[in-house]
Unconditional design. Sequence first.
Length: 452
Amino acid sequence: MLAVAVLAAGKGTRMKSDLPKVLQPLAGATLVERVLASCRHLAPERQLLIVGHQAERVERSLEALGGLEFVLQQPQNGTGHAVQQLLAPLAGFQGELLVLNGDVPLLRPGTLEELLAKHRNSGAAVTLLTARLADPTGYGRVFADEQGRVSGIVEHRDCSEEQRRNTLTNAGIYCFDWAKLAAVLPLLSTDNDQGELYLTDTVAMLNPAVHLEVSDPDEINGINDRLQLAQCEAVLQERLRRHWMAEGVSFTDPASCTLSEGTRFGRDVLVEPQCHFRGATQIGNGCRIGPGCLIENSSLADGVEVLYSVLRESTVATDCVVGPYAQLRNGAHLEAGCRIGNFVEVKNSRLGAGVKANHLSYLGDADLGAKVNVGAGTITANFDGVHKHRTVIGAGSKTGANSVLVAPITLGAEVTVAAGSTLTQNVPDGALAFGRARQVVKERRQTSSPAS
Ligand code: UD1
Ligand code: CA
């Protein structure tokens, strides 16, 4: 039987934030979500989350996940004190307890598998994860012999000068035999620089204690401040970009682009500099994105081109061209071959195949049939001050430059709207609609004779 406990009760003082540390976001997911995700594939029987500082907020953020047992630690008197809170909920539990620090988010899933396997094969009372860090400042140091037997862990601030030279670092990730840990947890003392109960002190009380050293030190990066948060973000971004390059995506300037875990690319996509992909975003085969795009929770089919534009919560079918300087948002849906040009905003609208809106338009709450040509400056006036209304434009219609369509309004198919019109009434199929004052031209009478 396997139980997992994530330590997530601390305040994270060094972040200087109103947000609990474990809720800080990293490449689109919070630290605690990432830590939970790193052990999900182990299918633990129990998942316990130790919460304390802003406990309700942390619990609420994880509501959707399900299957979590929240254990309250109040006050927060150290990592050992945190794990002591499990004595009641895990009373009588037989098996391993995997303890994960809630602020160590870069673990690879395979690493925890390896840790568990090593623990089971060695029959140790505890197996902990370590790495050799070039600069282990702030981390606990692990003292182990050549056979890998661990005699103890000393926190950085409690180390002597000589002990600090040891670069074998505690990751804050442990696999315990729960019954053995439970027996020593009550023996912890606060005899250290911080006056807290340290989980790390249990290691010297457990026998045998062994460790698994990971080769990539980035995996055990802990996050205590904003600098470490940014460093972890950089590591994650690099991993994501490398992954997608290996899958056939080209980046002309990879370091200038950011991705989310939920981004998916097809083959032969070209990503130009300064492009950012967020949320659940899907980019089809052969798309060309950028430079200068933000694409969030959107789905692009094959062969789409986007240039200097923002797309959110939108879907774009094959071979559309978007931008430069366009915005699609909140349920914009483009069918195949649309062309959305500069300074055009599309919101909560469906555009049929081959629609062209090339310049300076707002299409909000609108349904456009195939091949509608939206003249420069066409606006759907969708808001009457209280409610939003829809505009419907039939297939093949053309709106002249500077048309205002006051919704609710329906234009039939093959309608032509004269430039400069403000329309408030429906227009039947095939009609030509004017809604503007007639031009008046008056000859001017000569009022004075030219100077001589
Ligand atoms: C801890 C380890 C250190 C290790 C490092 C790895 C101890 C004493 N030290 O140090 O050896 O190298 O992690 O990153 O364990 N927490 C609680 N309740 C508390 C205190 C903390 O739940 O009362 C949680 C925090 O929310 C955090 C985790 O435990 O997620 C680690 O706490 P933190 O204070 O960051 O420990 P470190 O000083 O980094
Ligand atoms: Ca930490």
